[in-house]
Design a protein around this ligand. Structure first.
Ligand code: MN
Ligand code: MN
Length: 303
């Protein structure tokens, strides 16, 4: 159904990481955790991701993942994003490091003029350049704002702001909700088309140690889910980036990344399918029926 198909796409690129490589190995690990028998396939919003055609999986992009070929890989990412949006689908990308969000947004800008990005991260990723690179994973949102690929950028969970990046915030008009200001559910009621970029290091390393830049004092998994659920608007795309399996402990962070993916997918499916009651298709109630509600009355009559 046009506009309603969710598509998972892995982007195994970690060559723009400034400190540790490893996030290129994330997509298969997140998929494995997503399909693990350790849990069922229902999201907290009552969506069954195990239902037939709940979402599509386009596999992983084939990338060189070498410094010499970064511009080729970025072009391939932008092309793949365009191909998915062309079909009217809503993509969820599995990173990779955060540099991928720049070519992803280039693809999105051709389809959405009024996009708001909600960016979960410990870091603002607004560096003009880092260690001589303008496409470092510390820079994507500087490029995105410079090229006006989004109308608004709202950052959540930031706790590493420095002088340079604060000047970038002022220059680009970024709306920053620092970690110390949370909870901030109401500030995420934005409306319009929304792109969510979720850097796993927004979470406290106690919850998600499998990342490249551990920054204490972050969100609990529950706080992250509550803020994701609080978003009001139409989620037209998302990425979950910076999971680094090489830094993980017993696959704990893969499970957390999969949980975040599940809750984003569930929210996107709910929004895309409200009209056709996708979630209740198998007859399961979305939430407990209130006394006196029509569901309860119908059941009472048939008993
Ligand atoms: Mn980041
Ligand atoms: Mn980060």
């Amino acid at each position: 159904m046009r506009g309603n198909v969710l598509t998972l796409l892995g982007i195994p690129l970690d060559v723009n990481s400034s400190y540790l490589r490893g996030s290129a190995g994330a997509p298969p690990k997140i998929r494995e955790a997503l399909r693990s028998d350790a849990s069922n396939q229902w999201t907290e919003l009552g969506v069954d991701l195990g239902a037939a055609n709940a979402f599509a999986d386009a596999g992983d992009l084939k990338l060189a993942n070498s410094l010499e070929k970064v511009s080729d890989d970025f072009a391939e990412i932008e092309r793949a994003v365009g191909a998915i949006l062309e079909k009217g689908a809503r993509p969820l990308f599995l990173g990779g490091d955060h540099s991928i969000t720049y070519p992803i947004l280039k693809g999105f800008a051709r389809h959405y003029a009024e996009l708001t990005i909600i960016h979960f991260d410990a870091h603002p990723d607004l560096y003009e350049e880092l260690e001589g690179s303008r496409v470092s994973h510390a820079c994507p949102f500087a490029r995105i704002m410079e090229e006006r690929l989004a109308k608004r950028l709202v950052q959540v969970g930031i706790r590493t702001m420095n002088g340079h990046q604060r000047r970038q915030v002022e220059r680009f008009g970024v709306e920053v909700i620092e970690m110390s200001a949370l909870p901030a559910h109401d500030r995420l009621k934005i409306g319009g088309p929304i792109y969510v970029s979720f850097d796993m290091d927004v979470l406290d390393p106690a919850f998600a140690p499998g990342i490249s830049h551990r920054e204490p004092g972050g969100m609990s998994v529950r706080e992250a889910i509550a803020h994701l659920h609080a978003i009001n608007g139409t989620m037209v795309g998302a990425d979950v980036v910076e999971y680094n399996p090489e830094q993980d402990v017993a696959g704990m962070t893969a499970i957390v990344a999969a949980k975040i993916v599940k809750e984003i997918l569930g929210k996107m499916i709910r929004e895309a399918s409200q009209a056709r009651d996708f979630c209740g298709a198998k007859g399961a109630p979305l939430r407990a029926a209130r006394p006196g509600s029509s569901t309860r009355k119908k059941r009472a009559r048939s008993e």
